[in-house]
Design a protein around this ligand. Structure first.
Ligand code: KIV
Length: 265
């Protein structure tokens, strides 16, 4: 999968599937599925490292996780997130981080927001690196937004988000994530721009959907936003397996002969 195939999917009205992926073992599973893209999102700061927001994600963290995913799922379109403020410190520093993420194995980068970042987005794209935009609820701005809240609920906010989506298209982005926006707005944006829209909490009228892997597997029990559908009771399944292992160790049911080595004498 590459960005041209992704654009063709929109033209052919084929829905695009994307999941977050942060590590080698889940990347290997994803590699064997029909999922189109793996997003190494900065949500890894919360999901993998236990932080309350995505703000603590660092360039080094992003590169380390991108490299693990690239080793596990080289057949997928791998998109690496630019972490908090990493593209707000001038062109040279931005390009240093872009290089770090791309050289770790990403095929594209994603960054949040538009206004004030137009020149930097243009420079990244001009340098030959595909960029996916991200508008609506942009978690790196959580403190400015006053929490993880649905965006685009007023006319002014809807107009701004539509204008931002058009700007991202004009700048040459290959796709845009729409996070936590009303269905009607997501549909309008999707019909207005020619590049794929990937929704999370943006309803069904978009070109594709992305979910955090651990959320859709039901492993992450701390968070249950309205938009989330869980496809597995992962938390209970994993917990039960660990409790069974614990019981078998303590009752000497494991290991048996089957799991033990014999001496040669
Ligand atoms: O960081 C992330 O995982 C994301 C997705 C939820 C879109 O930005």
């Amino acid at each position: 999968m590459n960005i041209l195939e992704l654009k063709k999917m929109k033209q052919a009205q084929q829905k695009i599937s994307m999941v977050t992926c942060y590590d080698y073992w889940s990347a290997k599973i994803i590699a064997q599925t029909q999922i189109n893209c793996a997003l190494v999102g900065d949500s890894l700061a919360m999901v993998m490292h236990g932080y309350a927001t995505t703000i603590p994600a660092t360039n080094e963290m992003m590169a380390l996780h991108v490299a693990a995913v690239a080793r596990g799922a080289p057949n997928k379109l791998i998109i690496g997130d630019m972490p908090f403020l990493s593209y707000c410190k001038g062109l040279a520093e931005t390009m240093r981080v872009v290089a770090q993420i791309m050289q770790a194995g990403a095929h594209a980068i994603k960054l949040e927001g538009v206004t004030g970042h137009e020149d930097i987005i243009q420079s990244i794209i001009n340098s030959g690196v595909p960029v996916m935009g991200h508008i609506g609820l942009t978690p790196q701005s959580v403190h400015q937004l006053g929490g993880f809240k649905v965006q685009g609920k007023t006319q002014a906010s809807m107009d701004l988000l539509l204008a931002q989506a058009k700007t991202l298209e004009d700048l040459g982005c290959f796709a845009v994530v729409l996070e936590c926006v009303p269905t009607e707005l997501a549909e309008l944006i999707t019909q207005t721009i020619a590049i794929p829209t990937i929704g999370i909490g943006a309803g069904p009228k978009v070109d594709g959907q992305v979910l955090v892997l651990q959320d859709l597997l039901g492993v992450n029990t701390e968070l249950k936003p309205k938009f989330l559908k869980t496809y597995l009771n992962g938390y209970e399944i994993v917990k039960a397996a660990l409790d069974t292992f614990d019981r078998e160790v303590k009752t000497a049911q494991f290991p048996t002969e089957e799991h033990s080595y014999k001496s040669g004498v």
